[in-house]
Ligand binder design. Structure first.
Ligand SMILES: [Zn+2]
Length: 385
């Protein structure tokens, strides 16, 4: 049984303990007591050092807590030091989560169903199919009000806990974390002493997931950093657009629309040009003894080549073959009167070379696995078209 020192003192940064057992060649260590918090209840594990060795993970094994280390630990007694910046940040997030959950329930009756805290954005899942921007703003302001009231938080151990925000599934003595006059929750996590230390609760985007709503939030110094980063982003967007930030959304929308129009126009012109090239190429190509005009082009097979090939074969007695080396693929176009059924001829050649594809009488496309197969198809097509 590991005594959890953080249960009664969340501000304990260093401690001494006795090693009770080691496993994994000294990489997994058990102590008689610990100040390290293991991943539990949505709060991630602490980092730090144990006997000077960096901790990589803290695991809750119910009765005991396993300390996973970066190198084997030597000695019977050890000194533990918790990475305080990380832990204090998580204490701000976790207490802020209790506050946000309590406020969402108080204001709108939204019940918290699960929470997740990490080193990026935290999330709280609430039992409602939608939440508005205005509701989130109201909740942030109510949190801000309570933070300003410097309400103390307390840890108590209760056998018959009543008035909890969420009924506990555990039996026996419960650890109750309360924010005076605001919240009472059964929780094993680490929290700050007073709401003032939460500093700020800032919500982010919310999304609907299978009937619940997931709300992102950050608290404390992390919220300050987020607000600063958001502001820098806005300044940089405004600078890029040479506009005041508040005009940026409208301009971005206008630019997006303009881009769509230009892209449509570009496509129209490209199609027109490809068709013209196809037609010109036809008249430049000398027909063979049977009056058939044949062209083979190597390059990329794209919409432009397709248009060019179709324009070429829109004329009498014409066959157009496009070959791409990377990826190995082909396009075959044939005029109605050419005597070549593009789909059938290409499909047959592809099948013989281990490729696949097909099409109709005038246009067909396909691919082959490699360069050798490509040359085989080209040779077959040269005989048959
Ligand atoms: Zn908690």
């Amino acid at each position: 049984m590991t005594e959890r020192l953080y249960y009664s003192d969340c501000y304990l940064r260093e401690f001494d303990a006795r090693v009770t057992e080691t496993a994994d060649d000294g990489l997994r260590v058990y102590l008689d007591r610990t100040g390290f918090y293991p991943t539990s209840g949505g709060q991630p594990f602490d980092l730090g050092t144990l006997g000077g060795v960096p901790v990589t993970e803290i695991i809750d094994e119910e009765d005991r807590i396993a300390h996973v280390l970066a190198a084997p630990l030597i000695g019977e007694t050890v000194h533990g030091a918790i990475d305080w910046d990380r832990r204090y940040d998580l204490m701000q997030q976790h207490t802020g989560q209790h506050l946000l959950s309590a406020v969402l329930e108080e204001l709108f009756g939204f019940k918290t169903v699960s929470v997740h805290m990490g080193t990026g954005a935290n999330t709280v899942d609430i039992a409602t199919s939608s939440v508005t921007e205005a509701q989130l703003a109201t909740a942030e302001e109510r949190c801000f009000e309570i933070i300003g009231q410097t309400r103390p938080t307390a840890i108590t151990f209760e056998d018959a806990a009543a008035g909890l925000r969420k009924e506990s599934t555990r039996s026996g003595t419960l650890r109750i974390v309360s924010i005076e006059g605001v919240d009472r929750s059964a929780c094993g996590g680490t929290h700050v002493r007073s709401t003032s230390e939460i500093g700020l609760v800032l919500t982010g985007k919310s999304e609907k997931i299978r009937g619940i709503t997931r709300i992102e939030f950050v608290c404390g110094n992390r919220a300050l950093r987020r607000a600063r980063a958001d502001n820098q982003l806005l300044v940089s967007i405004a600078r890029t657009l040479s506009l005041p930030a508040e005009q940026a959304p409208e301009r971005i929308l206008a630019l997006t629309e303009q881009n769509k129009t230009l892209e449509k126009e570009r496509l129209r012109l490209a199609t027109e040009q490809a068709r013209r090239e196809g037609a010109e190429l036809y008249w430049k190509t000398v027909p063979d003894a049977n009056g058939l005009r044949r062209v083979i082009e190597r390059g990329t097979i794209d919409e432009g080549v397709r248009n060019k090939a179709q324009a070429f074969t829109a004329n009498e007695q014409a066959v157009f073959l496009a070959i791409s080396d990377d990826p190995p693929s082909l396009l075959l176009a044939a005029s109605q009167d050419s005597g070549v059924h593009a789909g059938n001829v290409l499909k047959a050649a592809l099948t013989e070379a281990g490729g696949r594809g097909g099409g109709n009488a005038t246009l067909a496309q396909g691919s082959v696995p490699d360069a050798a197969a490509l040359e085989k198809v080209v040779a077959l097509l040269e005989q048959r078209t």
